[in-house]
Design a protein around this ligand. Sequence first.
Ligand code: SAH
Length: 213
Amino acid sequence: MTEDRRRLQLLQSLREQGITDERVLEAIGNVPRDTFVEGPFAAQAYADQALPIACGQTISQPYIVALMTEALKVEPHCRVLEIGTGSGYQAAVLARLARRVFTIERYATLAESAAKRFAELGLTNITQRVGDGTLGMPEFAPFDRIMVTAAAKEVPRAYLDQMAPGSILVIPIEERPGQQSLWRIVRDERGFNYEHLLPVRFVPLVEGLPGEG
Ligand code: SAH
C-alpha cells in the first residue's frame, strides 16, 4: 500500500471513531507520522496505535492525538503550550492549527530529534525548550491553550496560573494507580470548569530533569 493510501485510511478510521473537526483531520493528514517514529517502526506509522520512541517514551495513538486536538478547540490566533514534546508529532499537528506552539521536554535527546523533524518539515512556528514541564513555561505565559501529553497525579498549579482568560487546558490525570482520565478545563470569568472526557493511558509526567547517570 502506498503512503498516501495509508494516510487516507487513517483519516477514514479517525472519522469512523467520531472525529469530525475538518481542520483537525486536515492537520493530521498533512503531518507525515513516519517522520516522527524510529526506523524499525516506520512501517506501522499510519496504523492507529501508540509506538515506542527513545528514552522509554511513546508517541500517542493517532486517535488520541486527534481527540485531544479536537478537544482543545485550537483557533488560528492561538498561542499553545504543549507539555511533553516526545517525538514532536503532536506539536507538529498543533503547529498547523495555531499561531505559535511552545513545547517543553525533559529529555534533551528527544527534544533534539524533534527539532530536526520540525526543521525538515519547515515548521517555523514552534518554540522548544528542554526543562521541567510541571512548571509550564512562565516566560511565555499566558497561553490560549495548553495540552499535556503525560499523566499527572493532579493538575499542576502552574498550568492554571498560565491560562489566559477564555483559555482551555487538556490534561490526562492519574486518579488512582493504573487509572487515568482525560480532562478538559475551561477558564471563564468565574473560574475553572472541569469536564471529564474519557479513560486514557499515558506515560507519567515526571518532576525534575533526568539524572546525569
Ligand atoms: N507529545 C508526544 C508524546 C510524548 S510521551 C508526541 O507527540 O510524541 C510524553 C512525553 O512527556 C515524554 O517524552 C516524556 O519524557 C515527557 N515528560 C514527562 N514528564 C515531563 C516533564 N516534567 N517535563 C517535560 N516533559 C515531560
